[in-house]
Design a protein around this ligand. Structure first.
Ligand SMILES: [Zn+2]
Length: 583
C-alpha cells in the first residue's frame, strides 16, 4: 500500500499555543512543524504527522502487520477496556498506539515504528509490543535500519502483567538487530516514561531527543512523593539527560531528517566501495585522488632529526596545535558527534562520533583540549573522567556492530587524577578499554596528535597502527611527575624527558609507533590545514592497508603488535640500536 500525505486533514484555522496561549494561524503552525513560532514550545505530533515530517517527501508505506489488542484480563475500571479501545480508535483513526512503516530518509531505506500519545497515552500493551517486534523483524529480514519514535506514559495497565512482558519481548527483538549489525535509532519525544523508557526507547544504538522532551522510568510526581522533595524544573528533560550521558543528541524538529540521514548513511555505507560511499555534498575537491603509499609517513627513525626531548614536550603541548575537533572539521567530513556513556555522564574531554574520511565512514574518538584558557577549562585540559573512557567504549562497540573502522586521536596529559574519577572507577574504565580494543574485529588506527600521557592515552591507543606527529610525545608518566619521584625535584623535568625518550624518533625506534606523520614547518599549529591534510593521508593509507585483512586477522594483528613488547628479542635489538652514540 503506497500512501502519500500531502497535508494533514482537518487542519485547524487557528491553534492556541499551550505554552504562551498565543493564537497562531493554522498554516503557519504546520509550516513550523507544530513548534510555536512565538515561544518555541514543542507540541505533540500524531504518528501520521511525525512520519510525514520525518521521511523523504512525506511518502511512506504502512507495514501490513497483524496485531490488535485483546482484553485478556476482562479489565474494567470506570470504563471497560474494550470501550476505551473503541474510543481511542475512533479518536485517532489508528488501530493501536504505534504506526509502522517503510520509507526512505535522505535516500536511505528505513523501517519506522512511530508511537502516538493520543492513543491511550501511547501505552505499551501487547499489540504495541507485538507491532514494534514485528517492525524489528522486518528490519532484520531486510537488514534495514530501524527508527523508533517514542511517546508513552508507560506499560498499559489494562493488560496487566502481559504489558510488562512486552518490555522483554521488544528488548530481545532489538538484541537480534545488534547481533545482525543493523543500526537502531531511538527518537525520544515528550513524554517517554516507564516501560517504554526502560526498553526499546533507550536500547537503540543512538538516542536522539527533541528539545525539552522528558524521559524517565518513574514520573516526577511519584519521585517527589517518595523523596518528599521538589525536583528542579529541568529534571528528566532531554537537556538534563544529555549532561548525564543518557541521550546522544538533542535535535530540533526542523533538523531531524537531515541529522537522521547522516547517521543512517554512515551506518549503511560501510561496506560499499569508495565511489559509492561519499555522501552527497560532502566532497572536498582538493582531496580527490589516492595518496601514494607511505607518502608523508616516515618509518625509518634515521630519517628523523635528533630533537631535544624537553623541546618536544613543549611543542607537543603548544596551544596553537589543532585539537581533535579541529581535525574533525578539516581532515574529516560530516562529523556527527555522539554523546554520553549511558551510565554516568558525558565527559567533555573525549569527543566521538561518525565521520567520513576519504569517502568512507569511520568512527572517530579523541581527547579534546582547547586553544584558550576557557576552552581548556571547559574540556578539563583533555584529562578524561571514567565517563569519557566509557563513552569511547560505547562508540567502539557501536563501530564493531556496524563494521566501521575506528580512528582514535590521542592528546591528553593523562586521565583525570581526581577524587571523583577514582570513585567512579577510573582504573577499571581504562583497563576495560584495553581489553575491549584487544577484542575488536574492525581496523583500528591511532594517531598521537600532541601529548600521549600514560594509561589515559593508551586507553584509546590499542590499535593495529599507531602513528604520531613528529612533535608528539608518548610517555608512561609526565616528565614533571617522573622528575618529582626519581629526582625528587620537579625542575629536573627536562632531564626526565630525555631519559624517558618521549620523542617521536625514539618512539619509532622502540616500535611503539609504526610511523611518524611529518608536520608542516613550524609545527601543526603553524599550518593547520597542511597538518589536517597530512593526517587525512596518513589515516587513509593505514586504513587502506588494514582493509585487506579479515576481522579475525585484524584482531590477531593487534594482539601480536602488543604481544611483542618486552619479549627478549625486541628488547635486545632495541637496546643495541639505542646505545648508538647520540649527539
Ligand atoms: Zn507559544
Amino acid at each position: 500500500m503506497r500512501q502519500t500525505v500531502d497535508r494533514i486533514v482537518d487542519e485547524p484555522r487557528w491553534v492556541l499555543c499551550p505554552g504562551c496561549t498565543t493564537p497562531v494561524y493554522g498554516k503557519r503552525w504546520r509550516r513550523n512543524l507544530s513548534v510555536c513560532p512565538e515561544c518555541g514550545r514543542y507540541t505533540a505530533l500524531s504518528a501520521v504527522e511525525r512520519l510525514t515530517q520525518l521521511v523523504d517527501d512525506g511518502r511512506y508505506e504502512q507495514l501490513d502487520l497483524e496485531a490488535r489488542s485483546e482484553d485478556p484480563l476482562q479489565f474494567v475500571d470506570t470504563v471497560p477496556y474494550p470501550a476505551r479501545l473503541v474510543q481511542a480508535r475512533a479518536r485517532t483513526g489508528l488501530d493501536e498506539a504505534v504506526l509502522c512503516a517503510r520509507a526512505t530518509v535522505e535516500g536511505v531505506p528505513v523501517v519506522l515504528a512511530v508511537m502516538d500519545f493520543r492513543f491511550l497515552g501511547g501505552s505499551l500493551g501487547s499489540a504495541v509490543g507485538e507491532l514494534i517486534t514485528l517492525a524489528a523483524e522486518v528490519a532484520l529480514a531486510g537488514r534495514t535500519p530501524l527508527v523508533i519514535v517514542s511517546a508513552s506514559g508507560g506499560a498499559r495497565m489494562q493488560e496487566g502483567v502481559l504489558s510488562l512482558m512486552q518490555m522483554a519481548k521488544t528488548a530481545a527483538a532489538l538484541a537480534q538487530l545488534d547481533e545482525a549489525g543493523v543500526l537502531t535509532v531511538s527518537l525520544v519525544t515528550d513524554p517517554t516514561f516507564g516501560g517504554v523508557a526502560a526498553s526499546f526507547a533507550t536500547l537503540c544504538d543512538v538516542i536522539l531527543a527533541e528539545p525539552g522532551a522528558r524521559l524517565g522510568f518513574a514520573g516526577r510526581r511519584v519521585i517527589e512523593q517518595t523523596i518528599r522533595q521538589q525536583l528542579p524544573a529541568e529534571f528528566q528533560t532531554a537537556e538534563f539527560l544529555l549532561e548525564r550521558g543518557v541521550v546522544d543528541r538533542i535535535v530540533p524538529r526542523p533538523r531531524l531528517r537531515t541529522e537522521l540521514g547522516r547517521l543512517l548513511r554512515a551506518a549503511t555505507d560501510a561496506d560499499r566501495p569508495v565511489g559509492d560511499a561519499r555522501p552527497v555534498g560532502a566532497g572536498r575537491s582538493s582531496h580527490s585522488g589516492r595518496p601514494e603509499p607511505g607518502e608523508g609517513l616516515v618509518r625509518d627513525p634515521g630519517r628523523l632529526p635528533e630533537a631535544d626531548a624537553w623541546e618536544q614536550v613543549r611543542r607537543a603541548r603548544d596551544l596553537t596545535r589543532p585539537t581533535t575537533l579541529d581535525y574533525l572539521a578539516t581532515a574529516f567530513v560530516d562529523f556527527q558527534e555522539l554523546h554520553g556513556d549511558r551510565i554516568s555522564g558525558d565527559c567533555p574531554s573525549v569527543v566521538g562520533g561518525t565521520a567520513w574520511l576519504d569517502g568512507r565512514p569511520v568512527m572517530v574518538i579523541g581527547q579534546q583540549k582547547g586553544h584558550t584558557a576557557a576552552e581548556l577549562s571547559q574540556r578539563n585540559f583533555g584529562m578524561p573522567m571514567p565517563s569519557g573512557y566509557r563513552k569511547a567504549a560505547r562508540l567502539m562497540r557501536l563501530a564493531e556492530k556496524l563494521r566501521l573502522p575506528v580512528v582514535t586521536l590521542v592528546d591528553t596529559p593523562g586521565a583525570y587524577p581526581g577524587a571523583d574519577a577514582e570513585e567512579q572507577g577510573q582504573a577499571v574504565a581504562i583497563a576495560e578499554n584495553l581489553r575491549l580494543m584487544a577484542l575488536l574485529t574492525v581496523p583500528v588506527v591511532t594517531v598521537i596528535i600532541g601529548e600521549g600521557g600514560s594509561g589515559g592515552a593508551l586507553a584509546l591507543a590499542v590499535a593495529n597502527r599507531v602513528l604520531a606527529f613528529s612533535s608528539a610525545v608518548y610517555s608512561v608518566i609526565s616528565p614533571e611527575g617522573c622528575a618529582a619521584i626519581l629526582w625528587k625535584d620537579p625542575a629536573a623535568a627536562p632531564r626526565a624527558a630525555a631519559a624517558l625518550r618521549v620523542g617521536s624518533r625514539d618512539l619509532l625506534r622502540l616500535g611503539v609507533v609504526d610511523a611518524v606523520v611529518v608536520e608542516p614547518d613550524g609545527g601543526t599549529g603553524a599550518d593547520p590545514l597542511a597538518a589536517a591534510d597530512a593526517l587525512r593521508r596518513a589515516l587513509a593509507d593505514s586504513l587502506g592497508e588494514l582493509r585487506q585483512l579479515t576481522g579475525p586477522q585484524l584482531r590477531a594483528d593487534r594482539r601480536a603488535r602488543f604481544r611483542q613488547y618486552g619479549s627478549a628479542l625486541t628488547v635486545e635489538s632495541e637496546l643495541r640500536t639505542m646505545s648508538q652514540p647520540r649527539r
